[in-house]
Design a binder for this molecule. Structure first.
Ligand code: ATP
Length: 221
């Protein structure tokens, strides 16, 4: 497999975490930040670590940013810098750009400029935690798209205990696909239709938001 090359611009909490994950996975990662202390934290572990203002187009050109497979623009607070850097990186011909947005307007501009993926880590994590706070049985929650969700929901109803996914006609009745069942610390990632559910098991399901919400509301009753 050909190794992908990444450049991460901005080493705040988000950029650093993305970077560390890529490095741990053995990827080649170039990091850029204008703050020397932040670069120092990565200079021994990243493939290349550069102290520079990424708004300087000549710097981006001289490091050959266009040759990277994937550029992550993780500048958050300075929206003007984030926009300008996205514009320049796009114009220089980078194949795939992921950019972090501070808010919806910022996200719209980044999409217009050609960012391939726009992420909102604070908003998404807030939604995830909020869902978890709202329902004691919704253990985790993830957006796949605006209306398709993945959720982990705890089985609390006696009527489900001892029943199997097949006998419950789970997919037909609840319009959800069960992708895993968690029983204590053990996670079964290929649940059989005949597996009986136990009180306290949780189901990892994927489906439309309304169906996820309906099934969760049954467990909350
Ligand atoms: P997080 O929430 O991930 O901590 P943030 O949204 O607070 O990040 P910032 O602190 O604004 O984002 O920026 C993240 C990093 O990007 C900082 O380390 C900052 O030094 C760096 N940065 C900001 N602007 C530039 C720039 N023009 N060139 C290079 N690095 C930059």
């Amino acid at each position: 497999m050909i190794k992908q090359t990444f450049a991460v611009i901005g080493l705040g909490r988000f950029g650093s975490s993305v970077c560390q994950t890529l490095i741990n996975a053995g990827a080649e990662v170039l990091v850029i930040d204008k703050d020397e202390a932040r670069i120092n934290a990565f200079k021994d572990i990243a493939t290349q670590a550069i102290i520079a203002d990424a708004q300087d187009e000549s710097t981006l050109k001289s490091i050959g940013i266009r040759n990277f497979d994937h550029v992550v623009i993780a500048i958050g607070e300075d929206i003007q810098a984030s926009i300008l850097v996205t514009l320049m990186v796009k114009e220089l011909g980078v194949k795939y750009i992921t950019a972090k947005a501070q808010n919806e307007y910022h996200a719209r501009v980044l999409v217009k400029l050609g960012a391939d993926k726009v992420v909102h880590p604070e908003r998404d994590m807030g939604t995830r935690i909020g869902k978890n706070l709202l329902s004691r049985n919704m253990l985790d929650y993830l957006d796949l798209s605006s209306d398709i969700k993945v959720a982990e929901i705890k089985i609390t109803k006696n009527s489900f205990v001892g029943a199997s996914l097949a006998s419950l006609e789970f997919r037909k009745k609840y319009a959800l696909n069960v992708i895993a069942i968690r029983h204590d610390k053990k996670i079964d990632i290929s649940p059989a239709p005949s597996d009986a559910l136990i009180l306290g098991d949780s189901l990892l399901v994927v489906g439309y938001q309304k169906d996820v919400d309906y099934f969760n509301s049954l467990m909350d009753q």
